[in-house]
Design a protein around this ligand. Structure first.
Ligand SMILES: NC(=O)c1ccc[n+]([C@@H]2O[C@H](COP(=O)([O-])OP(=O)(O)OC[C@H]3O[C@@H](n4cnc5c(N)ncnc54)[C@H](O)[C@@H]3O)[C@@H](O)[C@H]2O)c1
Length: 443
């Protein structure tokens, strides 16, 4: 099939190239000329495992191209996918202005029957809005259908997720659009759920909010476990083995971040508010998350008398491993809090991929280290914020030998308590007993 993808970010670029990999001809359009130039010059504007290889392969096969020219992209395609950003507005509401402009561009160039697919995460009713915009702005009367096909891929494993998704949701009221979209997705051999547009739109918010709720729930249990002297890893295993609960999304930590969960939980509250429903449960999920990263500062304070005169290593900056995305990352909030609460504190950071993005965001207020060694050497404490494999596999003994004093505050439970105790490391994690070596005991 001939497909246009509007918006070449994490979702648009990944799904565009994966549809090309399935044999379709895909034109990716973006308003960001810089991004399109990069892609045309073989450079990836984002980091995503396996993405570069699959883009290069499909470019060589002439199955994917990148442009800022909407006309050509829309004219040549029978399916037009909208995958532009839908960021949060200041009050938590969803900014659909990029979707609106994409719809206006489609209207300008629509030249025959097309299915307009919304892949951006959008409030319920946006499908109808897109339909109205195209209808009202099209130069001539053309036949088209609108569908909602929400995206469930995860950054850090986006390519793999595209080909191995748990399900595809197709929301449309048109049989013609449905059968075209069924055909498009049929090579993926996964469960396809067909529904109406509004339900498809709400499915995406409900899915992300449910996962966010699981994270806030396990973090609350972790906080309780710390107070009561229990171990959150064992608790997660104990409840996760119950198939009604499931093992996933039960890793206690310092809260969720990224481009989706914070914005979509807030978005759902706003969607509910406009429908006259006070979604108290979701508000609490957000409240719990907002303060969870502060636990690291609290634990650091327990161990260091003069944080303002200390040098602290912060390891891992992206909101989760295997991505360069730092949108709503706990690391940034932590750095900003430390710098404002303890003027004079020296912070050295390390991340395998996300340091350029952090530098763009906060500038030279921290020292960007070339390696874990450089970050940790002679520091008063190390804070583990994102569980990249190389940070987990670095070895507690090496951390100990490099740090000025062996203090580790681990926001992702990367290491065992026994190992930390045996090595004589003061080790605080989440939802587990603190190992405090001075007193040579597990408190
Ligand atoms: N990132 C994820 O993990 C993820 C997963 C599932 C769903 N989503 C949803 O998918 C959507 C896109 O997210 P993303 O992370 O890929 O965003 P992104 O910010 O990485 O990319 C959005 C792209 O859209 C482009 N754009 C904006 N307006 C445009 C327009 N009018 N015409 C053409 N291009 C335009 C931007 O320049 C940018 O390149 C959002 O609604 C998001 O909630 C994201």
């Amino acid at each position: 099939m001939n497909i246009a993808v509007i918006g070449t970010g994490y979702v648009g670029l990944t799904s565009g190239v994966c549809f090309a990999e399935l044999g379709n001809t895909v034109i990716c359009v973006d308003i960001d000329t810089n991004k399109i130039d990069q892609l045309n010059n073989g450079l990836m504007p984002i980091y995503e495992p396996n993405l570069k290889e699959i883009v290069q392969k499909n470019k060589l096969l002439n199955r994917i191209s990148f442009t800022t020219d909407f006309k050509n992209a829309v004219n040549q395609s029978e399916i037009v996918i909208i995958a532009v950003g839908t960021p949060s507005l200041e009050d938590g509401d969803v900014d659909v202005s990029y979707v609106e402009s994409a719809a206006k561009e489609i209207a300008k160039h629509i030249n025959g029957y097309k299915v307009i697919v919304n892949k951006s995460t959008v409030p319920v009713g946006t499908g109808e809005l897109v339909r109205t915009i195209i209808k009202n702005n099209a130069k001539e009367k053309v036949d088209f259908d609108v569908a909602s096909v929400p995206e469930f891929l995860r950054e850090g494993s986006a390519v793999n997720d595209f080909f191995n998704s748990d399900r595809i949701v197709i929301g449309t009221d048109s049989e013609r659009a449905k059968s075209l979209l069924m055909e498009l997705h049929s090579p993926l051999k996964t469960l396809v759920q067909s529904t109406d547009i509004r339900s498809a739109e709400l499915i995406k918010y409900a899915a992300n909010s449910f996962l966010a709720m699981k994270i806030s729930f396990i973090n609350e249990i972790a906080n309780l476990a710390e107070t009561l002297g229990a171990n959150i890893n064992d608790i997660a295993e104990g409840i996760g083995s119950d198939t009604r609960i499931g093992r996933r999304f039960l890793a206690a930590g310092i809260g969720f971040g990224g481009a989706c969960f914070p914005k979509d939980t807030n978005g759902l509250i706003k969607i509910a508010e406009k429908a006259g429903h006070d979604f108290k449960l979701m508000q609490e999920v957000i409240n719990v998350n907002k303060i969870q990263y502060k636990k690291m500062i609290h634990k650091l304070k327990l161990e260091l008398d003069h944080i303002q005169r200390s040098t602290i290593a912060i390891l891992g900056l992206s909101f989760k491993p295997n991505t360069d995305d730092i949108r709503d990352a706990p690391s940034i909030k932590l750095i900003k809090d430390l710098l404002s609460l303890y003027p004079g504190v020296q912070i050295r950071v390390f991340d395998p991929i996300a340091m350029p993005a952090v530098r763009d965001s906060i500038g030279e207020v921290v020292f960007y280290s070339k390696s874990i060694e450089e970050a940790v050497k002679n520091c008063d404490a190390a804070l583990i914020v994102t569980e990249w494999n190389e940070i987990k596999e670095f070895g507690l003994d090496r951390y100990k030998s490099l740090l000025k004093q062996p203090i580790i505050i681990d926001g992702r439970n990367c290491f065992g308590l026994k190992e930390a105790f045996e090595l004589g490391i003061t080790y605080h994690s989440i939802g587990r007993k603190a190992v405090v070596t001075e007193r040579q005991e597990v408190l």
